[in-house]
Design a protein around this ligand. Structure first.
Ligand code: HEM
Length: 461
């Protein structure tokens, strides 16, 4: 066998920090620049060497060969601190069993029920906004998405105070996540206020989830089926004992909350913002939504007719995929394309990078929902935005249903005026590529009277 090609290093590394400064300063342009150097490119984030996959086919190989390219690397090491060995972070050896247990909660027969809960929660929360109110859309959509995921996991009866505590702690955790991932271990242990806040939030999230699962085990048999009741009742086929311990239940609850909240919320925010910047898209969107909903909140039965709304949502997740940089570790010596990689190599794939390849998406920096016209599109969603292979997002359909319902309901009820310069990408994207704060004033819409108003003055950063 030949000795394989050498992986090139991205130019511009500086002593000690490598590419860390460039990555932190402008991560998205940095990632977009990598494919020019080859299908696999090494970057140095301080002392960590990471090979970034810049080719769609090789990315697919990494995703499909999940036992060779297993969950690992800096991102998943951090995720395990909070989510333990839950579905998203467990190694491949444990993954098939967990996925089998959890998959029934995402069976298509459950979606009308989930959509009903989503619509009910959206109606209540969107109905709590006031005419003329100024709010941060990122926070508000995250609140709604958290409420929806919590309702799907625990049922609808969660105490409001617990809800708020969870949301606050998760916010702290996710806000510190990337910084923590990129900081060498000894520095993570220094008791700075940021590190202390991060660790306290991680502990509290787990404790709150543990209290909830204990209460649920004791009183949760309400006849209602949700993810937790399914997991609690799951039995090991050989021993007939509970399939998951309490600790494993907590891992799953934390995993679902972190994987399912900020992702969908960010996507809806980006869709609203991008639509506001493109008047012709905004007009088509609002015309469809008014025709289908006539001022109502969207529900399951509306989905087949919210075609353009779905296109706008899909194009938003192409341009700003919430999972933007994900890591793996090779479990054995292997070959990827023409490259030999030793066991223990850290690999990253980036849905953001892949979604911006001109070879896949002509004119990739243009926001064009018509790429996703049902007649024209190939794949239903942008390649790799939900991952792939055995570790593909289990919540992809959940996210698409929720995203379209929320986008449509929000536009149906409220006119949104983004404040000038309301949007500033956080300097460093967090676990998800969320838009940072999005200050906007909302005005109640009455029967589509403001179809022609789109007064956004904001700019994409
Ligand atoms: C627009 C919204 C979403 C996007 C873009 C997204 C994206 C992704 C991606 C890229 C992965 C693969 C990660 C990797 O390969 O390392 C993933 C996995 C996962 N996602 Fe999502 N996700 C979204 C919404 C959700 C929702 C709503 C839930 C749950 C309700 C969820 C639960 C999960 C879980 C549990 C995994 C791990 C699956 C496994 O390893 O078997 N996601 N997601």
């Amino acid at each position: 066998m030949d000795s394989g090609s050498a992986v090139v290093q991205a130019p511009g590394a500086i002593p000690v920090v490598g590419h860390l400064t460039a990555f932190l300063r402008a991560p998205l342009p940095f990632l977009r620049g990598l494919p020019a150097h080859g299908p696999l490119v090494t970057i140095r984030l301080g002392r960590q060497r990471v090979i970034v996959v810049c080719d769609p086919e090789l990315t697919r190989t990494v995703l499909v060969q999940d036992r060779v390219f297993d969950k690992g690397g800096p991102l998943y090491e951090r995720l395990r601190e909070a989510g333990g060995q839950g579905l998203a972070s467990c190694p491949s050896g444990e993954h098939r069993r967990q996925r089998r247990l959890i998959q029934p909660a995402f069976h298509h027969s459950r979606f009308p029920g989930y959509a009903h809960v989503m619509a009910e929660r959206m109606d209540t929360l969107l109905g709590g906004w006031h005419d003329g109110q100024t709010l941060d859309l990122t926070t508000e959509t995250r609140r709604i998405a958290a409420d929806v995921v919590i309702s799907a996991i625990f049922g609808t009866g969660l105490d409001a105070a617990v809800h708020t505590r969870l949301a606050t702690d998760f916010h702290t955790l996710l806000a510190g996540f990337t910084r923590h991932t990129l900081t060498p271990k000894p520095l993570r242990k220094v008791p700075t206020p940021g590190n202390l806040r991060y660790e306290r939030a991680t502990r509290r999230v787990r404790r709150t989830m543990a209290d909830l699962t204990t209460t649920y085990r004791a009183h949760g048999d309400t006849g209602e089926t949700n993810l937790l009741s399914l997991l609690i009742s799951a039995r090991d086929p050989e021993s007939d004992s509970p399939a998951l311990t309490d600790d494993e239940l907590v891992d799953q609850a934390v995993t679902m909350y972190s994987a399912g909240t900020e992702t969908t919320a960010s996507a809806v925010c980006w869709a609203l913002f991008l639509a506001a910047l493109h008047p012709e898209v905004h007009d088509r969107l609002i015309t469809e939504i008014d025709t289908v909903l006539d001022g109502r909140t969207a529900d399951w039965s509306d989905l087949p007719r919210l075609i353009y709304t779905r296109q706008v949502f899909t194009e938003a997740i192409r341009m700003y995929p919430p999972g933007w940089f994900l890591t793996r570790r090779t479990e054995s010596d292997t070959r990827l394309g023409s490259y030999d990689l030793p066991k223990g190599t850290t690999i990253a794939y980036s849905p953001y990078l892949i979604s911006h390849l001109p070879g896949l998406y002509p004119d990739p920096e243009t926001f064009d929902p018509d790429r996703w016209k049902p007649a024209e599109r190939g794949p239903e969603v942008p390649v790799t935005v939900f991952g792939g292979g055995a570790r593909k997002c289990i919540g992809d359909q959940f996210a698409l249903v929720e995203g379209v319902l929320l986008l449509a309901s929000l536009v149906s009820h409220w006119h949104i005026d983004f404040h000038p310069d309301s949007l500033s990408l956080p300097r460093l994207p967090q676990l998800t590529l969320n838009p940072g704060k999005m200050k906007a004033t909302v005005t109640a819409r009455r029967g589509g009277e403001d179809r022609q108003r789109h007064t956004s003055q904001s700019r994409v950063p």
